[in-house]
Ligand binder design. Structure first.
Ligand code: ATP
Ligand code: MG
Ligand code: MG
Ligand code: MG
Length: 469
């Protein structure tokens, strides 16, 4: 069996042999980019090179980039546990051309790596192109020998990439793998596309235009290439699995979770083990890149991820802090490729244990309150917003933690009611504020509080301009 670690090296070496500089993964905290919550694609560290603000000594690069998609425009948190192909943390493999090669070469590179390098059968693959990209369609016909029914034309933004409201943009072409008719789902562009049968494995972005404010587009003098391939999805294919969570690395984490709790990995708590394995990776990698659980911004997203994992562990019977005890299994799987995990092992361990200790008593009490409230709800009933707010305010339950519990039983939260309760509390705090008597100072203070308060919900209230790939 080809291990995930081997696939990562093979990918990087393949592109190194073709003139690409292998670069280490950048941090999950984007450098000089306050608009972006986390690095959510392989191209993020190269944004300034693509816009021409920075130059590099090399024209081709390849990376395995750590990526987190748990907030902002790309938020896969609610997919975790439910789909076979989404994680909050994953590795995006990529090859990049900075004004060097373009469409023909990148399609050829990708095709040869998949079918010759990794030996994937052509019959299992199909592609999408942007609706008017005849050039890409013709290249796929020529290079892969595909008939037109394997080249699906898509006219939505799924196949047209933009860095932001202005700047580099262009059509993309995505490569899909068909896991076969036993898996539910339809081909890209069909009404059933959101299943696990046809899995998107590799997105090739052709940056060929520059878009100005107002939408005027001009051709870039030297077009560029950005690609993103999901390592875990690819590993599933190479390992003969239909589910990312059955691949070597992630399965080892699931088994560690099952062992720790003396549970069957595939039994009643199957989904919880998947969530824990996923959240363990995002937690450890975020902490090792300097994010700490906190009340706002990035730290609050991390806290939400950690508390969700703890809730699942609690549900499986954990009484004492246990989440941190899974870290050695992760280090064993990924510590070689990502030595920062080893370097920061003590910090990650202490941060995980501390957060668990702080939250343990609140979690138990909050869950028993939630349980008794749920017992009173009718079938598919909605939890009142004030209760979700009480859980948030008194028990430290992020809204999405409450929603995660409710979803398992077919319930929802009255979100508008939750927001209203939150706004009301702000008002009360304002009214109760005796203050300094200096109205100007108070206005500033409350404005800041409201603003930063809002960032606690980063991820579904604020939408940020960020990259697709
Ligand atoms: P999907 O449509 O399946 O959600 P995407 O179009 O959002 O994927 P891209 O932004 O094109 O994904 O990212 C490039 C590649 O990264 C994808 O082709 C896929 O292989 C992988 N990928 C994207 N999101 C995830 C995720 N949450 N977990 C694992 N791999 C992912
Ligand atoms: Mg997506
Ligand atoms: Mg997609
Ligand atoms: Mg895509």
């Amino acid at each position: 069996m080809t291990s995930t670690n081997d696939i990562r090296s093979t990918f990087l070496e393949y592109f190194a042999e073709r003139g690409h500089q292998i670069l280490p993964s950048a941090s999950l905290v984007p450098q000089n980019d306050p608009s972006l919550l986390f690095t959510n694609a392989g191209m993020v560290p190269f944004k300034n090179i693509f816009t021409g603000q920075e130059t590099t000594p090399y024209k081709r690069a390849t990376t395995a980039q750590k990526v987190v998609r748990a907030g902002g425009k790309h938020n896969d948190l609610d997919n975790v546990g439910y789909t076979a192909r989404h994680h909050t943390f994953f590795e995006m493999m990529g090859n990049f051309s900075f004004g060097d090669y373009f469409k023909a070469e990148v399609i050829e590179f990708a095709w040869n790596l998949l079918t010759k390098g990794f030996g994937i059968s052509k019959e299992k693959l199909l592609v999408t192109v942007y609706s008017d990209d005849d050039e890409a369609a013709a290249l796929w016909r020529k290079i892969a020998g595909f008939s037109d029914d394997k080249i699906i034309r898509i006219s939505t933004s799924d196949n047209f990439w933009r860095m932001g409201d202005t700047g580099p943009c262009g059509p993309s072409s995505e490569i899909f793998y068909d896991h076969g008719p036993d898996v539910a789902g339809g081909p890209p562009g069909s009404p059933e596309e959101d299943g696990d049968r046809f899995v998107e494995i590799w997105n090739l972005v052709f940056m060929q235009f520059f878009e100005e404010a107002g939408g005027k587009r001009s051709a870039l003098p030297r077009p560029s290439i950005d690609t993103g391939m999901g390592l875990e999805r690819f590993a599933a294919i190479m390992q003969g699995k239909r589910d990312n969570y059955d691949t070597d690395t992630i399965r080892a984490l699931i088994e560690a979770s099952a062992d720790l709790l003396h549970q069957d990995a595939d039994g009643h708590f199957k989904m919880s083990h998947r969530v824990v394995a996923d959240h363990l990776r995002s937690t450890a990698f975020l902490i090792s890149d300097g994010v700490l659980p906190s009340r706002e911004g990035r730290g609050y997203v991390l806290r939400r991820i950690m508390r969700r994992a703890m809730r699942h562990l609690h549900m499986m019977g954990a009484k004492d802090p246990v989440f941190y005890r899974l870290l050695p299994a992760l280090i064993q799987q990924m510590g070689h490729a990502y030595p920062e995990l080893v370097r920061h092992q003590a910090l990650i361990t202490e941060t995980m244990r501390g957060e668990e200790e702080r939250f343990a008593a609140l979690l138990t009490r909050g869950l028993s309150l939630l349980d008794s409230e749920m017992a009173q709800l009718s079938d598919r009933g909605t939890l009142p917003g004030e209760l979700a707010f009480k859980l948030y305010d008194t028990f430290g339950f992020p809204l999405d933690l409450t929603q995660d519990v409710l979803r398992e039983r077919g319930h929802k939260v009255d979100e508008a009611g939750f927001e209203a309760a939150m706004a009301e509390q702000r008002q009360r705090a304002r009214a109760a504020w005796v203050g300094s008597g200096d109205a100007a100072v108070e206005t500033v203070w409350f404005d800041a509080r409201d603003r930063f308060g809002a960032t606690e919900f980063f991820g579904y209230v604020t939408e940020q301009a960020d990259a697709e790939v």
